[in-house]
Design a protein around this ligand. Structure first.
Ligand code: BTN
Length: 278
């Protein structure tokens, strides 16, 4: 099913004709402008929307990033969308989903654009060391189960360096600014949905080890000295931890080997890779 909002920036029917999926994106709502595709899809999920429902917007007025940050989502410049998963996974494994999404985005963009996209814990996608895409996965729970995961994806596609927010200059880029070819947003969107449907829908547990291996193959900083700023519900904490990025836990946690030889697990936060520090 496709629904039309007033004069959509992409005709949903035309867009659907482009898709190669059976379920993902077949319930598709396209907005010219919305507060946040994640917020809209969250409301639909609470009302029982099916796995695969997708919201796409040309512009977000209140796009949200991880750790309570704003996500700049200007009109005509990016891919801002959210899709609904209803995975049969326990809550302690849900963290792996956003790693899997990052790995699938990095692989799809590598195929589409012919450049080597990388990932950075927890779920950034990088090109040339700069962030080009972020992922915000939000979980809805029943008392005992994960009911829904709202997976939000923001990809900077057509911004020039000057278009990027001042606080991100030097650390973020867009596909265009990084010199990618083939910047048809419709094609990129269709290729991403195809990869998500193939790998994330239905019985996902048996596929998780392969998806984590794909993430590790593209990961920046694995086995290297890093510094972690952990986060809790109120945001980034001030006390950092340094050590070696040893591996990932079963729920996608960052495992750091401390100078003392012990291991510490982090489930949220941000890392800096020592070789990138100047
Ligand atoms: C991050 O790296 O901090 C995550 C950014 C996620 C942005 C996307 S854009 C579509 C969806 N809607 C939102 O409000 N956020 C996500």
């Amino acid at each position: 099913m496709s629904r039309r909002t007033e004069k959509p920036f992409w005709d949903p029917d035309e867009l659907q004709a482009h898709l190669q999926t059976h379920t993902l994106g077949r319930e598709l709502i396209v907005f010219n402008r919305i507060t946040s595709t994640n917020d809209f899809l969250k409301r639909l999920a609470r009302r029982g929307a099916k796995e695969g429902a997708t919201i796409l917007a040309d512009e977000q007025s209140a796009g949200r990033g991880r750790l309570g940050r704003k996500w700049q989502s200007p009109a005509g410049k990016g891919l801002w969308f959210s899709f609904l998963l209803r995975p049969q996974l326990p809550l302690d494994k849900i963290g792996v989903l956003s790693l899997a999404i990052a790995a699938l985005i990095a692989e799809t963009l590598t195929q589409q654009c012919g450049k080597d996209f990388r990932v950075k814990w927890p779920n950034d996608v990088l090109l040339g060391g700069k962030k080009v895409c972020g992922i915000l996965c939000e979980t809805q729970m029943s008392p005992t189960n994960v009911e829904a995961v709202i997976a939000g994806v923001g990809i900077n596609v057509l911004q020039t360096e000057d278009d990027l927010a001042v606080e991100w200059r030097g650390r973020a880029t867009s596909l265009f600014a990084a010199g990618c070819a083939n910047l048809d947003r419709k094609n990129i969107f269709a290729a991403l949905l195809a990869a998500f449907e193939k790998n994330l829908m239905g019985e996902i547990s048996p596929r998780l080890p392969r998806l984590v291996a794909q993430w590790c193959a593209r990961c920046e900083g694995l086995g290297e000295p890093i510094t972690v700023l952990p986060a809790n519900m109120s945001g980034l904490q001030s006390e950092s931890t340094s050590g070696i990025f040893e591996s990932l836990g079963e729920g996608g946690e960052l495992i750091v080997r401390l100078p003392s030889g012990g291991l510490r697990f982090f489930s949220a936060g941000e890392i800096t890779i020592a070789r990138n520090m100047t």
